[in-house]
Design a protein. Sequence first.
Length: 240
Amino acid sequence: LLARGDVQAAKAWLQRARDLGDVSRIREIWIHRWSGDTDGAWATIDGPLANFVTAPAEVAVESRDPERIAYALSPALWPEDQRSPGDFPETYALTKAEALLVMGQKAEAERLLAEIQARMAERSDPYPSRWLGNAYYQPCDLPGLIGDLEGVRAAEADYLRNAPRDVWGSRGVKRSLAVAFARAGDPARALDYLEEIAAVFGPHAWIWFSVAPGLDSIREQPRYLALEARYRQWAAGKGQ
């Protein structure tokens, strides 16, 4: 329902689940995020989310609020034993690096990114679960964060060769690629991916783009503004 942009129907089903005794904070967070309601998503968070360890920090980063970010990165919301899950040992470090960039702490972010890059270089297979839709990070993320356009292009080439046949999962992967290209200085390629997402999932996908700090550099691009205009036209037709 959320993927179709039917937020009201998703809320109704969530309420039915609650009535049956099922309390799902992550679903409520998803509803708020897909509505562009970052404050509502943050208000829903009341502790760590073991199977979605990055969610509190993602919401905090989307809010651009330093106090929220600091709290989301603290053991209270992200316990130390959940910071390097499975195939994704750099999950916490990469999330923190993005948070530092969002807060304008570029020098500290660059130091952390250099450390991450060195550790990645030592691994024989730094991305064993790459391009899965539920991966905590993708091969394009690190080069995007350090502004390495050639590195982002190399990651994209790997994606085009090895992408799983997963249309649903491609939504998150393609947004990651869009963010990486935007950060690395190729707005046209970033917009290619945003347009692909909107073409498959609908104009409401723009809401998901609008909260991503990594896309801030392309907000005034005509193609981005066209995505926004199509969303607003769609929303007006839906009475949203």
